[in-house]
Design a protein around this ligand. Sequence first.
Ligand SMILES: [Zn+2]
Length: 500
Amino acid sequence: MSLLIVNAKIIPRPADPAVDALLIRDGRIRELGPSATLRARAPEATPLDAAGRYLCPGFQDAHFHFLQFARGLGRPWLDDCATRDDFRDAVAAAVARHVGEAPIILEGWDETGWSTPERPTRADLDAISGERPIIARRVCGHVGVVNRAGLALLRERWNGPGIDEDTGWLDEGPVVVLDNLLPPDRIEALEALERAGAVCHRLGITTATDYPHPNEVPLWPELVPHLPLRVTVWIRHPANERHVAALPRTDRFRSCGIKIFSDGAIGGRTAALRTPYADRAGGTGQLVYEPERLRAMVRAEHDRGRSLAIHAIGDRAIEEVIGAYEALGEDLTGRGHRIEHFELAADDHLARVRELGVIASVQPNFLRWANDGGLYESALGAARRDGMNRFGSILRGGGRICFGSDGMPAGPRLGIRLAATREPAAERIDDETGIRLYTEAAADATPGAPCRGRLAPGEIADLVLMEDLPSRSEREDVDVTILDGRVVWSREPATNARRG
Ligand SMILES: [Zn+2]
């Protein structure tokens, strides 16, 4: 089966400006060239007239929680709530709508925009129902709140810290692994994958990432034959060797390495800082591991030949992670080691990461919290806010970054737009660079990535067509998404005049 895309503005721009067409055969890119040349060469191919639209590799979201995102799509969302009353009303409506006894899990509240930005408590939920477990997770995924029955349920399944009986507040551990404490069965997981596939195709995502908890890993071999897009996984430390060995290796699925958390998140004030949060006297967040322990873990996984993706948001956590990588005492270029988020990095951190050959896996989508009066400013103050997520500085200094969304929210076009229009202007990334960071650079930061995110003969044909560059429109969906050489999403009906 052949598909010929003609009249396209190709990104990255080909050296020869006459090149505006791309021929696909059997799921792979065969040739790029001028439209007339390729038309004559492949008369049998189905034509797809791009009509001057942009053609680029399919987006690869280098930091995503695909299964959690997929399950979340089937849950009630609280991101529209503008006040605590809205929150209570939305939870009550969801409980009324979902008849039965099963726990109700709600996602995405964000009190930072509320008129009184206070965390909801157990009392808010107990007033709705004390008997049916209700668990509401904050948008950051690191903080939550439960009612009385929810507390009892979590107490059965979680022995660690992070549950406050009085307030019903959940911090870190039990929230981060919530989906694992309440795992899906096979049917729920397959339905979730189908829903998530449709959303990803619409956003132009052809490769997503997942960070499975060790207990979720045995579920993946059953899911792999049904994946609606490519998924690459980093398994949370400590991985079970037998389960890792049983993971399949296909064009749709790869296991890349190990994920370690070194701190929390800014929303929950758990990211580990060198100087206190602006709005909480004395609080500097928390490191997940003592520095010595982190170094030992990094050393052990590195010596096993594994790549590492280490979550570090605050400057104190970033310091510890860089220190652990430096303690390996070698050039890490080509080893696939990453630091996830790398948000509050200091000047010397930028230089040391470049020296090490470690990749910063950053989230332009988080810039939604960098607005005046927004979360980052209230948590850290304006000066520190302006020194975060310095994508422009990292690239100018010769460092390596890749883009991902962390699902907050998913959407490469949104992230590229935020990076292209942000303040301070010196840290902006133009559209074409942003596209590279969400395609080729994301693949390069993913050891064993089946699709390399490049438009060249022999490469897997994962592509998107867009009318505008991301910074020029508010649209988050793309016009056409092609996966393995087949159209999986088209904004217009397939019979539209644009298609031959
Ligand atoms: Zn994450």
